[in-house]
Design a protein around this ligand. Structure first.
Ligand SMILES: Nc1ncnc2c1ncn2[C@@H]1O[C@H](COP(=O)(O)OP(=O)(O)OP(=O)(O)O)[C@@H](O)[C@H]1O
Ligand SMILES: [Mg+2]
Length: 348
């Protein structure tokens, strides 16, 4: 096809430069650059109020930016908003579902908005209802749907116009783990079919699962961008942490173990480690050989939570993470595990 040879063929699905937005004297976006290659998932992470929805609203033409330029699906944001609207789908943070009418009627309304013929509209809607496991509930008022069903309906409505780029603002907030996994599967299928997905989320695990690229928004700026692996490399690596109550034992352990970071005040030792069974055993063997026993042992594996907290300066107080580790040392392997999960709980 000839048009395949134009440059727009290789143009990113979303390319934004220097986006700015302020409300009064509050700067929400302070110069944001975003590039999303077609057929990939981009995830925007940030704490409450960081400006994620604002970014989605600007890129999906719902509100205008104060400065900056963007091209979405090959069209200029400032001059071709109409063309952009017909190429994209937006599922907002808050449901667009009308509860008074049925799920099917909500869908048919979207088909009308996209100027599909009656037959075509019915065909597309039936297919989507089936795909989103809503066929059975299709004739019931949407107000009777569960939160997860409403969310699925929301996304199904977004897909009626067969968009090439979709914006999903916190698509899985409030969903139970099963519905969340269903949603992830749907998103993967969309991307498999060549759709570009711009996703905001509060769940770092979700970005980790789905996103090709992740950007962290904080204080109006993108403070980091990269793959989940790249971002994880930004924070200090995994380690095993030992805590002692006896300064003498602490000192002896510090001498027995190599490459430790010692804190003489807290009586702790940090040993770089991947947290594997083999490394844990080696550490315990060293301690045994030195004849010392730690009061607490915990394993810390860096994950996106660490990245998030490190970059957004949110206070996951080290103290509270520590106090959650109540496990004592007699059963080191178990303590390590429970301390690790306590760590994660604290981080959320
Ligand atoms: N129409 C508006 N008028 C004034 N301030 C606004 C408006 N819309 C958003 N804001 C402010 O802009 C900031 C960013 O809001 P936004 O909704 O983009 O954040 P968010 O990252 O989506 O947060 P959340 O995770 O809570 O959804 C907030 O401080 C918010 O109060
Ligand atoms: Mg939001």
């Amino acid at each position: 096809m000839l048009c395949g040879m134009t440059t727009s063929h290789h143009e990113p699905a979303i390319a934004a430069t220097g986006l700015r937005k302020a409300y009064g004297d509050k700067t929400v976006l302070d110069g944001i650059d975003i590039q999303v290659p077609a057929g990939t998932v981009f995830s925007l992470l940030g704490p409450n109020g960081a400006g994620k929805t604002t970014a989605v609203n600007i890129l999906s033409t719902l509100i205008s930016a104060d400065a900056g330029t963007a091209r979405i699906a090959g069209h200029d944001l400032a001059t071709e908003a109409h063309a952009i609207r017909s190429a994209i789908g937006v599922t907002g943070q808050f449901s667009a579902v009308d509860g008074l009418i049925t799920g099917e009627e909500n869908m048919l309304l979207m088909a009308d908005l996209h100027h599909l013929s009656r037959t075509e509209g019915r065909r597309v809607v039936a297919g989507l209802l089936e795909r989103f496991d809503l066929a059975e509930a299709a004739k019931k008022p949407a107000s009777t749907y569960s939160g997860g069903m409403k969310r699925r309906l929301d996304i199904a409505m977004t897909l009626v116009g067969d968009p090439r780029v979709i914006f999903l603002d916190e698509p899985t907030t409030g969903l139970d783990p099963r519905s969340r996994h269903t949603m992830w599967q749907i998103i993967r299928e969309l991307v498999g079919g060549g759709t570009t997905v711009f996703l905001t989320t509060q769940y770092l695990e979700e970005a980790d699962e789905l996103a090709d690229r992740i950007a962290v928004l904080n204080g109006g700026r993108l403070v980091a961008q990269g793959s989940a692996e790249e971002l994880k490399r930004l924070v200090p690596g995994g380690h095993v942490r030992l805590r002692f109550s006896d300064p003498e034992a602490h000192g002896r352990a510090a001498t027995a173990l190599r490459e430790v970071t010692r804190d003489d005040q807290a009586l702790t030792l940090q040993i770089p480690s991947d947290g594997s069974q083999r490394e844990l055993r080696a550490i315990l063997d060293w301690l045994d050989a030195a004849g010392v026993e730690a009061d607490e042992l915990s394993v810390h594996t860096p994950d996106l939570d660490d990245v998030f907290f490190a970059l957004t300066g949110s206070s996951v107080p080290a103290q509270s993470a520590q106090s959650a580790q109540s496990a004592q040392s007699p059963q080191p392997a178990q303590s390590a595990q429970s301390a690790q999960s306590a760590d994660k709980e604290t981080a959320r």
